[in-house]
Ligand binder design. Sequence first.
Ligand code: Q0Z
Length: 287
Amino acid sequence: MPEAALHVGSGKVRELYALDDDRLLLFASDRISTFDVVLTTEIPDKGRVLCGLSAFWFARTDEICPNHLLAVRADGRSMECTRLEMLPIECVVRGYLAGSGWKDYMRTGAVCGHELPAALRESDRLPQPLFTPATKAEEGHDENIDLETAAGLVGADRLAEVQATALSLYRFAAAHALERGIVIADTKFEFGVDGGGTLVLADEAFTPDSSRFWPADEYSPGGPQPSFDKQFVRDYCESLGWDKAAPGPALPEDVVVGTRARYVEAFERLTGIGFDRYIDDPDVVLR
Ligand code: Q0Z
């Protein structure tokens, strides 16, 4: 893989390498996770789709916030990045009520201290997008925190900057995606700070792994929504009665092919670029 690069971290489906003191290499594999378990079967080109989508969004949101992207490598799945001092919070924006936001709302009527109207249904669009930070858990699930707790971790001024930036990024991408038939229900950002103290968007941006993508034409609040990308995998796993303990089941060929097609469809809808063109020249998403 990367020549003479030191492996410095593993995510569930990504790897991080140090290129030198100032630069990292973020490698997106074809691994897929469902119900928090990484499956043994890969989805061909999934890593390329996610890398290409991140690069596309970084290029288009540069005026909202600078980002860590330096270059996409010719493999289409490796990103050279500026090394940053990462903020110790996950920056989540929710436009719709799903996942832990829905759970917290049902329990308390609020999400991360944001009081919400009564009688919202699962998957309802929120009156306005909410910034709902979470802790970075080393193991297990991130925990939602209120703004005061987040301010204690990054400072009140930095938190205000992160909140405004994250909301602007979400509004921009969610509007773009909706015009192309995809609801971005929520999304998670990671931010860092560069040597000059500037806030920089890092990690991945508006990928199906960092966001909930729903097909807009099937949107029907009042219950859970199908995942744009992973629904075939979830349905197959549910059909087996799998107990959701590792290792997960192997995926049959039709589930792999159907899921790959959904990732490619998300890429093509959101970017307006043919996936074959991306494979031919990854820089096409930057122009
Ligand atoms: C991202 C992660 C992954 C494991 C650290 N530009 C940056 N500067 C400093 N640190 C990071 C970045 Cl992106 C950084 N992660 C998340 C990604 C594998 C962990 F691919 N951790």
